[in-house]
Design a protein around this ligand. Structure first.
Ligand code: ADP
Length: 396
C-alpha cells in the first residue's frame, strides 16, 4: 500500500510514491521544463535513475509522462495506491487542515489563486490531471498554510487599514507549514518532551523561521505570501514596501516586473547572480566580495529572527535546523548561533561538522538550548495526512 504525493509547481511536477507506515520512499520523480520543447523526466526507483527528454507541452502531458515512466518501471499505480496527497500552497482563511478534494474544494482552491497567483493555479492543474488518472482513490489537499492558521492575532495582523485588510483577506498566513509541523513534532519526540519551546529554521531555496510553543506556532516569518521574512535563494524577504512604490514611480516598473524582481531576482541570486548555497560557498572561498556580503546579509537576517523569537517564546528549549541549507551547511548553523553562550546557546564544532541523514544534536552538553538538525520530509508528512484522512472518510 502506498500514497502518491504530487507537488505541482509552475514549470515542474514533483511526485513520490511513499509507504506511509514505514516512511519508505518507493519511487520519486520530477517532471521539469513543462511548456518547453525539451522537457525532462527523472525517476529514482530501486536504486536506479531513469531519465527521459521529450516535449512536455503542459501539466496534463507532464503528469501523463510521470505516470507512464512509473508504469514503464513496473510500478502498478492502480493496484498499489490507496490515496493521492497534493501539496497546495495557499489555503487562505478557508482550509485549516488536510481536506478531501471534491469539486467544491477544487473550486475553493482555485478561488484562492488571487492570494497565490504563482502557486495555486498549477496546484489545481496537478489535482485535475491526477484525479483523471486515478479516479478511484481519495485525493487529499495538504496546505502549506494550515499549520499556522491559529497564529495569535498579534502575530498574524498587518497594521494597515482594517477594512481594506478584511476585504482583501490581507493577513499573515505563513508557509512551509507541513515542514515546520513535521520537524517540530520530530524534535519533541527526539527529546521526549511535549512542552518544548522551539525555533524552527527551514532553510532551503525558500526559507522561513517559526516560533513554536508546545506544538503550537506563535509566530512565523512568511506572511500573506512566501516573500516575507528571511533572505532566500531568489526572494528578498523583509523589505520596506516603500521600495515597491519607489520602483513603480521612479523606475517605471509595473507590478509584474516588481513581482518578478522581488520573487525571482532578489535574495542570494539578486546579490550574487547565484541562488545555490554551494555555489555561494565556492565564491566566498574565492574571495568574491559580493558573495561575502550576500552571506552576511543572510546571516544577519537569520540572527534577527532568532533573537525576536527567543523573546516571543520567553523560554527557549531547542533550535531546529532543517531543509537543504539547514541540514547541510554547518557554517550557516555555526554563524547563525555564534557568540550566544550568554543566552545559553552553544554549538559543538565537532558535532556540528558531522554529516548524517539522521536527526542529531549539534550543541554542547552544557548548552541550555539544544540545537538539533532534523531532516525534513514534507512528502512523508503529506502521505501520512492523506492516508489518515482517506482511512477515516472512506474506510480504505
Ligand atoms: P527547496 O526544497 O526549497 O527547493 P532544498 O531544501 O532542497 O530547497 O534546499 C536547496 C538549497 O540547499 C540550495 O541552496 C542548496 O545549495 C542547498 N544545499 C544542498 N546541499 C548542500 C550542502 N551540502 N551544503 C550547502 N548547501 C547545500
Amino acid at each position: 500500500m502506498s500514497v502518491l504525493v504530487v507537488n505541482s509547481g509552475s514549470s515542474s511536477v514533483k511526485f513520490e510514491l511513499v509507504d506511509p507506515d514505514s516512511g519508505d520512499s518507493i519511487a520519486a520523480g520530477l517532471v521539469e521544463q513543462i511548456g518547453e520543447l525539451q522537457g525532462r523526466v527523472v525517476l529514482d526507483y530501486r536504486g536506479e535513475t531513469i531519465e527521459k527528454r521529450r516535449e512536455i507541452a503542459d501539466h496534463t502531458v507532464g503528469l501523463a509522462v510521470a505516470f507512464e515512466i512509473l508504469a514503464g518501471a513496473g510500478v502498478e499505480l492502480g493496484a498499489d495506491v490507496t490515496a493521492v496527497g497534493h501539496r497546495v500552497v495557499h489555503g487562505g482563511d478557508v482550509f485549516h487542515e488536510p481536506t478531501l478534494i471534491d469539486e467544491k474544494v477544487l473550486q475553493q482552491i482555485s478561488d484562492l489563486s488571487s492570494l497565490a497567483p504563482l502557486h495555486n493555479p498549477p496546484n489545481v492543474l496537478g489535482i485535475e490531471v491526477a484525479r483523471r488518472q486515478l479516479p478511484n482513490v481519495p485525493h487529499v489537499a495538504v496546505f502549506d498554510t494550515a499549520f499556522f492558521h491559529s497564529l495569535p492575532a498579534a502575530a498574524s495582523t498587518y497594521a494597515i487599514d482594517r477594512e481594506i485588510a478584511k476585504k482583501h483577506h490581507i493577513r499573515r498566513y505563513g508557509f512551509h507549514g507541513t515542514s515546520h509541523q513535521y520537524v517540530s513534532l520530530r524534535a519533541a519526540e527526539f527529546l521526549g518532551r511535549e512542552d518544548l519551546n522551539q525555533i524552527v529554521l527551514h532553510l532551503g531555496n525558500g526559507a522561513s523561521a517559526s516560533a513554536i510553543e508546545s506544538g503550537i506556532p506563535i509566530d512565523t516569518s512568511m506572511g500573506l505570501t512566501p516573500l516575507e521574512g528571511l533572505v532566500m535563494g531568489t526572494r528578498c524577504g523583509d523589505i520596506d514596501p516603500g521600495v515597491v512604490m519607489h520602483l513603480r514611480r521612479s523606475a517605471d516598473m509595473d507590478v509584474d516586473a516588481i513581482d518578478e524582481l522581488l520573487n525571482r531576482r532578489s535574495g542570494l541570486a539578486g546579490l550574487t547572480g547565484v541562488n545555490d548555497f554551494r555555489e555561494l560557498g565556492k565564491r566566498i572561498d574565492d574571495g568574491d566580495a559580493d558573495a561575502v556580503l550576500a552571506y552576511e546579509v543572510y546571516i544577519h537576517r537569520l540572527r534577527k529572527y532568532i533573537g525576536a523569537y527567543m523573546l516571543a517564546l520567553g523560554r527557549l528549549d531547542a533550535i531546529i535546523f532543517t531543509a537543504g541549507v539547514g541540514e547541510n551547511a554547518a557554517g550557516v548553523r555555526a554563524d547563525a548561533l555564534a557568540n550566544l553562550r550568554g543566552f545559553g546557546i552553544e554549538i559543538d564544532p565537532e558535532r556540528n561538522m558531522m554529516r548524517s541523514k539522521e536527526a542529531r544534536v549539534v550543541s554542547t552538553e552544557g548548552s541550555a538550548v539544544t540545537v538539533l538538525v532534523i531532516p525534513t520530509n514534507e512528502e512523508l508528512a503529506i502521505a501520512r495526512a492523506a492516508q489518515k484522512l482517506a482511512r477515516t472518510t472512506t474506510g480504505v
